[in-house]
Design a protein around this ligand. Structure first.
Ligand SMILES: Cc1ncc(COP(=O)(O)O)c(C=O)c1O
Length: 358
């Protein structure tokens, strides 16, 4: 396996980039990033040191068949094998283990319909503190079951963001717990960024990384880390057409929210926050929008060829790479080695069966 140093530009290859040691020009860039975005490569490396013993270093899989179908060399970072079944455990662990003992003692809370909720419950259990999770009544059953499995205390809300936020505010008042936002939080973004540190060690010399986008916590961490290590690496977001607010936001140069969203990818219905927007605006090269039929087809390929259980939100990166938009786009012609983040695997089998038979 190659190390991070080996894919540094030649001019810097002799110098170690480590936890406490950055080149002077990189150090000043890093400082600028911290001031501007609240996150930089050093907060991501700190997160890695903090969470390393609690998380799985997930494998990177390759498949000649999928390389042939896509016409590229693909590297699948299997975060569906992460604890809790999704990358979310990285950010949740970093947030919870960043708290002082006094803060942690009162527990943590969040309002989330899915993977963040389960991840927070699991991370809280790992630290031995309570997690109060506000979940809308419409959340997928398997994700609710995960929260219960990990010992989270569920407080039900209506589906609307307003109802979720009001219920969470009441929980905060009653318990004194710390609110851990699913994505618009520097600790969460730093935790998710640890994926890039691993991926670029496991698959050096990537030309691009394709990442699902919703609230933008995942791609913000991945992009900041990846571009700090290799500025020429392209970072592309994959988004469903029925929840394409990130593509619209990039085009408009400001955060756009949609009155409603409709997609099979239930983890990709949130919109960007102020923190994630500034990183997405500055570090994400493009947003590839795909239809639900393409997501389901990609999911099928993951099951049939990779033999990996991926949820729709997790399969969207492959859908993006196989899409006409990507395949025909001149700008991505030279992206031959592509990292794809299979971000989660929590899928209701009933829903899966229904999707495949649609
Ligand atoms: C499986 C999966 N992939 C991707 C995302 C998107 O993450 P973010 O909201 O950080 O953009 C989510 C969010 O819940 C998710 O559950």
């Amino acid at each position: 396996m190659k190390t991070v140093e080996e894919f540094l530009p030649d001019s810097t290859r002799h110098t170690r980039i480590g936890f406490n040691f950055l080149l002077p020009e990189m150090e000043s860039k890093s400082q600028q990033n911290i001031e501007k975005y609240g996150v930089d490569i050093s907060t991501i490396r700190e997160a890695q040191a903090r969470i390393k013993s609690f998380i799985h270093r997930t494998p990177v899989l390759t498949s000649e068949s999928l390389d042939n179908i896509s016409g590229r060399k693909l590297f699948f970072k299997c975060e569906c094998f992460q604890k809790g079944g999704a990358f979310k455990f990285r950010g949740a662990c970093n947030a919870i283990f960043s708290l002082s003992d006094n803060e942690a003692a009162k527990g943590v809370t969040t309002h989330s319909s899915g993977n963040h909720a389960a991840a927070l419950a699991l991370a809280a259990k790992t630290r031995g503190v309570p997690a109060y999770v506000v979940i809308p009544k419409t959340a997928p059953t398997c994700k609710v079951e995960n929260v219960i499995r990990y010992g989270g205390q569920i407080i039900w809300s209506e589906d609307s963001l307003q109802s979720r936020e009001m219920t969470a505010a009441k929980v905060l008042e009653d318990t004194g717990a710390v609110l851990v936002h699913p994505y618009n939080d520097a600790r969460i973004i730093s935790g998710q960024g640890t994926i890039s540190l691993e991926l670029l060690e496991q698959a050096p010399h990537l030309d691009a990384i394709v990442v699902p986008i919703s609230g933008g916590g995942l791609i913000s961490g991945v992009a900041l880390a990846a571009k700090s290590i290799n500025p020429s690496l392209r970072v592309l977001a994959a988004e469903p057409s029925g929840a394409n607010d990130a593509a619209l936001s990039k085009a408009a140069g400001k955060i756009i929210t949609l009155p409603e969203t409709k997609t099979v990818a239930d983890g990709l219905r949130a919109h960007l926050g102020n923190l994630t927007w500034s990183i997405v605006r500055d570090f994400v090269d493009d947003v590839i929008v795909v239809h639900d039929t393409e997501i389901i087809e990609a999911m099928k390929l993951c099951y049939e060829i990779l033999k990996v259980a991926v949820e729709p939100s997790g399969a969207i990166g492959l859908a993006a790479v196989l899409s006409q938009h990507f395949q025909k786009c001149q700008a991505w012609r030279d992206c031959n080695r592509i990292g794809i983040i299979l971000s989660g695997g929590n899928v209701d089998l009933g829903v899966l069966w229904h999707s495949f038979n649609r």
